[in-house]
Ligand binder design. Sequence first.
Ligand code: PMP
Length: 362
Amino acid sequence: MSENNLLSSIFRKEVLAMSAYKVADATGLIKLDAMENPYGWPEDIKANWLETLKDCPLNRYPDPEARHLTATIKRLNQIPEQFDVLLGNGSDEIIQLLLMALPSNACVLAPDPGFVMYKQLSLCLGLTYHGIPLLAGSFDLDLPAMLEAIEQHQPSVIFLAYPNNPTGNLFSEASIREIIKAAKGLVIIDEAYAPFADASFIDSLGQYDNLLVMRTVSKLGLAGLRLGYIAGKPDIIEQLHKIRLPYNINSLTQISADFALSNKALFDQQTQNICAERSIVFNRLNALNGITAYPSAANFILFKTPENRANEIFASIKQQGVLIKNLSAQGGLLADCLRVTVGKPEENTAFLTALTRSLVTP
Ligand code: PMP
């Protein structure tokens, strides 16, 4: 049997047709591509953290329910008692779990452009995926188009990232509420960038039976821990617990996240710094000839470069030592677009200097 026949006799066609999610190598570069918090921890906090890990019994499995951490997350996010929370190995895992629970003929809907994993995981699991274009210019939801798609496709799950990745904006709250009301399936408000936005649907959980709110500690400053969570009605969360792997949150993550999240003041300070830098970078981007930066409520900024120059500008910035994200190949509303994560002041300056140079050297 030839190698191709072997693969096609074993793997689903959707898997064979996919490409793996690729993460660019950032060795030696200023890393502004992945919406990470650029700041580390002061030495005293680091020492206290290591102290908490000292007695972690690695010979034993972790607490399968991560009870202590779950309680901490519920408390810190002010998730009302009557809702349950499921933890995942990043919110990526939660998206996968949700989709794995759907019937094989189910359909998933999200605005486009949106977070790539909604589509990638839907297609990989053989589900139907519909991306509904956002409005050009504002990147807000096209409410009539969304409502029509809901009516036509009856999606089992709708993902709405709030703020949205990669556009950075918060969708209109009124449109989101219309969508939740119109949907017969679940609506997941993905609040990955909540630390940088003054908006949330957690307080609305009690108003709708089909609403779930998902968050992550990644953007806050704990991307290495791999921890996401989703809150919703207990009967819905219970279904996800059935399919998650028993020990999906490892012992080191359980202890470290519990410790780190108790240092709220540190993350609040870092978040404030990032938001202040976001305004500076946004203004400096928009002052550059040929660049249009889009307003962001997240820790990154999407910007448009002069027509057909995105690849060359991206490569030039990289060559000057700064890695950002090139989204231009996705076309549509992202044609000519690059995305930069807000870093430390000196990193942002290095990025802006590199971008300025790249614009003048065609
Ligand atoms: N949702 C959105 C909107 C994101 O942008 C990301 C990461 N880029 C995630 C979820 C996944 O986050 P994580 O798996 O790190 O929790």
